[in-house]
Design a protein around this ligand. Structure first.
Ligand code: PHE
Ligand code: ZN
Length: 872
């Protein structure tokens, strides 16, 4: 276990050295016994000619391994020919080519950090990315060492009837009450892609014929009770496989593709070669137990992990600084896939909403870092929204700069040229340049420069000439005081007074892209009248746009713009300006709502065209987003402002909300796009009515809760009852828990609904829930559902004036850190707004964090020290 005073080391990109030895072949033997697992590994080593170090000394990673024996080319190594300090094994006097065999023991039962080999509900499984393999055996645990793996798993037949690893099963047998299976993976891979599962699991099997006619067995495994929740993942997998063939020309390459659902998991899912391991939350889905959002998440995560087979596995990362090479690209690929499977316009707005509300704050706070960082302490702490989501935006910008055909040629080149290699973000961009002839050297600053650029735009119109003046500025981030200009593609249209896009050039184009690549630039257009600019269409670059829109212009954009993002952004701006005025003055909510009424009426009228899009347009910004606009943060005033506007909008549009909630009521369950969008619209309308205290809403919501068609309705109704304190809320919570106590993922939602109930009292509710029999510290999903949601999505509770939210948080951090440092460190990001608090709150939280810091693991300590030393 990690403990206080773990030596903190910094790893730097500039220090990269190729490995001294390559591993040609690994032969692993994993012998699972209760209480102790014995791992025998045989490494065929070869001195690396690309290294400027001579053969002779080899340093292997190995975390807390108990050595039984070490053997070099058949000779037992004596204590004086190696050194092991609990982290690194140094072996001296090695020939250029040799075989190193180690026998070690580990204890998966005691592994609550869920890294390496561990137990979950009776099964044994692995998680090796980023540096978990070193907890299983000695190995050069770095992504640029690619080896062929042959793995034999031995275990008790009755407890573990199923034994899985990467590749294909090539041999198997029985030994009394025990049995064994040998798996062989023909593709050389870094050890972070190693996986092993032993357990008693149910299987959903199907098959897929690749474009070139090769059959692939698809096997999805889960606990027996969850066998009925695998169909959606299977369909998503087949769709993803077909899509990658059609869109990127990429076929699957093994005979078997397996996914295993695991309850205890630190992240969403893991792309191990041929044997993905998934958090149950990202693979199990059934309409009775999973919300529509949950279904969409499963589709996108299944696709994401599948796409990694090429973007990540066949072509992998040279070092962990290049993490976004695989993650940014793969997120871009899964976003494009989901856009093609569902509504592209809605998907883009959802993705931008997520980026702007989660990655932007990260990029503007103490945790800001480049998409390709220059240094890190714990790589686990760099699986961030910046690496993933901003990384995806950087790939998207390249896609848009090149256009679909050149981009496809460039991705083909990338996959062909680097197949089987470990490469860098520069290699990726070089392929984009080679196929397009573009010079992307300045563009590449997006990888190395942290922070969110601010684009300040003003305009003027004189006699047929419309001019946009653009300035770009990226605020300083920790360790990067000065920023250089980026290449910012701004897609734009110009709308006339009727909201129609005007022709912008002789060809009559009504949309264009200007490239902003200096600190200040102007762009001219010949147009017949003064216009409203529709800027950053499709969210063409991940920047903050500062343009002094009038409310009339925003109303025009919201009503007429053909770009889904620009409509949504116009709505957000209208809401923010109303809410900003209400912070500290919530009494004016009625008049703000009346001013918004005509604009929103038009959106509601069009809801039948696309209910999901309407629901996005009609959703107010969160309290967290609103809070970030006010300094120092005043959580109560923010809460009151938002609550007041919700209630007032509920009132002034009561008829419309009533009509909507009736219009979208259904007798039969369906997963069609309109049915899903309709549920969103209906729950949104009921939310406004509940906030307004509208007559009859309690009955309608109670009815929905009692007779739901699916979990979206049941949970949506429960949330409305609880969050609006409607009569019957307590009974509903009790009924829900009684009904779903056997379904872990549903119980997570039950905890989350309570933890997100806006109000300071929620802290004591959440504290009491820590003692609920269903609460488990060792189950990351549960901890995130209760603690994570309160901290990240309930600011009025987290920042309760008496500091009880901070006490709850700090106690949870300390407790969790002793069990699972990775998840604790992630949770600690909830304190990133420390320096935005007023002095009293800041002092309370700071003191709490300092207390936790004293005993923190290396993971948690890195995050806390960044937050505590923030002086922004
Ligand atoms: N590589 C995984 C993904 O994004 C995420 C992950 C990282 C999972 C580290 C576990 C541990 O697909
Ligand atoms: Zn990924």
């Amino acid at each position: 276990m990690e403990g206080a005073n773990t030596a903190i080391t910094t790893t730097r990109l500039a220090d990269y050295q190729p490995p001294v030895y390559r591993v040609e072949q690994v032969t692993l033997d994993v012998d699972i016994h209760p209480g102790q697992t014995r791992v025998t590994s045989e490494l065929q080593l070869q001195h690396n000619p690309d290294s400027d170090q001579p053969a002779g000394e080899l340093v292997l990673n190995g975390e807390a391994l108990v050595i039984e024996s070490l053997n070099l080319d058949g000779e037992t190594l004596t204590q004086d020919s190696y050194h092991y300090d609990g982290h690194l094994l140094t072996v001296r006097d090695l020939p250029a080519q040799c075989v190193l065999t180690s026998v070690v023991t580990i204890e998966p039962e005691k592994n609550t950090a869920l890294e390496g080999l561990y137990q979950s509900n009776g099964m044994v499984c692995t998680q090796c990315e980023a540096e978990g393999f070193r907890r299983i055996t000695f190995f050069p645990d770095r992504p640029d060492v690619l080896a062929r793996f042959t793995t034999t798993v031995h275990a008790d037949k009755a407890t573990y009837p199923l034994l899985l690893s990467n590749g294909n099963p090539v041999d198997w047998g029985e030994e009394g009450t025990r049995h064994w299976v040998t798996w062989d993976d023909p593709f050389p891979k870094p050890c972070y892609l190693f996986a092993l599962v032993a357990g008693d699991l149910a299987c959903l099997e199907d098959s897929f014929n690749t474009a070139s006619g090769r059959p692939v067995a698809l096997r999805l495994y889960a606990e027996h009770r969850d066998l009925d929740k695998l169909d959606h993942a299977m369909q998503s997998l087949k769709n993803a496989m077909r899509w990658d063939e059609q869109t990127y020309g990429r076929e699957y390459d093994l005979d078997i593709y397996m996914i295993v659902a695991v309850s205890h998991f630190n992240m969403g899912a893991m792309e191990n070669k041929g044997l993905n391991i998934f958090n149950t939350a990202c693979v199990l889905a059934h309409p009775d137990t999973t919300t529509d959002a949950g279904f969409q998440r499963v589709e996108s995560v299944v696709a994401h992990e599948y796409f990694h087979n090429w973007s990540g596995n066949r072509v992998t990362c040279r070092d962990w600084f290049q993490l976004s090479l695989k993650e940014g690209f793969t997120v871009f690929r899964d976003q494009s896939f989901s856009a093609d499977m569902n509504s592209a316009a809605v998907k883009r707005v959802e993705d931008v909403d997520f980026l702007v509300n989660h990655q932007f704050p990260e990029d503007q706070g103490p945790m800001a870092h480049p998409v390709r960082p220059a240094e890190y302490q714990k790589i686990d702490n760099f699986y961030t929204l910046t690496i993933y989501e901003k990384g995806a935006e950087i790939v998207r910008m390249q896609y848009n700069l090149l256009g679909p055909e050149a981009f496809r040629r460039a991705s083909d080149r990338y996959f062909e040229q680097f197949d089987g290699q470990a490469v860098t973000c520069d290699d990726f961009v070089a392929c984009m340049e080679a196929e397009s002839g573009l010079d992307l050297s300045q563009f590449k600053r997006w990888y190395s420069q942290a922070g969110t650029p601010v684009l300040t735009v003003t305009d003027e119109y004189h006699e047929g000439q419309y001019t946009l003046h653009v300035r770009q500025h990226t605020p300083a981030t920790p360790g990067q005081p000065d920023k250089a200009p980026l290449v910012i593609p701004v897609k734009l249209a110009l709308l006339d007074s009727n909201g129609q896009a005007v022709a912008m050039d002789e060809q009559g184009n009504r949309e264009t892209v200007v490239i902003v690549d200096q600190s200040e630039q102007s762009f001219r257009f010949a147009v017949p009248e003064a216009v409203t600019p529709s800027l950053l269409r499709g969210f063409s670059a991940p920047v903050v746009l500062d343009y002094p829109y009038t409310e009339a212009q925003l109303a025009t954009l919201l009503a007429h713009d053909s770009d889904g993002y620009c409509r949504w952004n116009a709505a957000q701006r209208l809401y923010f300006s109303a809410l900003d005025r209400l912070v500290g003055d919530p009494g004016q909510a009625q008049s703000e709502a009346l001013a918004l009424k005509p604009v929103l009426e038009r959106v509601i009228e069009r809801a039948k065209e696309d209910p999901a899009q309407a629901a996005l347009l009609l959703t107010l910004p969160t309290e967290v987003a609103l809070g970030d606009r006010h300094s120092p943060l005043d959580p109560r005033a923010v809460h009151q402002a938002r609550r007041a506007l919700t209630g007032a909008l509920g009132q002034v549009l009561e008829e419309q909300w009533q009509a909507q909630q009736q219009a979208w009521q259904r007798q039969d369950f369906s997963m069609e796009g309109d049915a899903i969008g309709g549920r969103q619209m209906r729950l949104l309308a009921l939310g406004y009515l509940a906030a307004a205290g509208s007559a009859g809403v309690t009955e309608t919501v109670g009815e929905l809760f009692g007779h739901p068609l699916c979990m979206t309705e049941e949970l949506g109704a429960l949330r409305l009852l609880v969050h609006h304190g409607l009569p019957g809320a307590d009974q509903a919570l009790a009924d829900f828990a009684a009904r779903w106590q056997g379904e872990a993922l549903v119980m997570d939602q039950w905890f989350a609904v309570q933890a997100t109930c806006p109000g300071e009292d929620t802290v004591s509710v959440a504290s009491a829930l820590l003692d609920h029999p269903a609460f488990e510290w060792t189950l990351p999903n549960r901890v995130r559902a209760l603690v994570g949601t309160l901290v990240n999505a309930n600011p009025v509770a987290f920042h309760a004036a008496d500091g009880q939210g901070y006490r709850f948080f700090c106690e949870a951090l300390a407790r969790l850190d002793a069990i699972n440092p990775q998840v604790a460190a992630r949770l600690a990001n909830g304190a990133a707004r420390l320096r935005r608090l007023e002095p009293q709150r800041q002092a309370m939280l700071e003191k709490g964090l300092q207390g936790v810091q004293q005993k923190a693991s290396a993971n948690l300590s890195e995050v806390l020290s960044r937050i505590l030393t923030d002086r922004s």
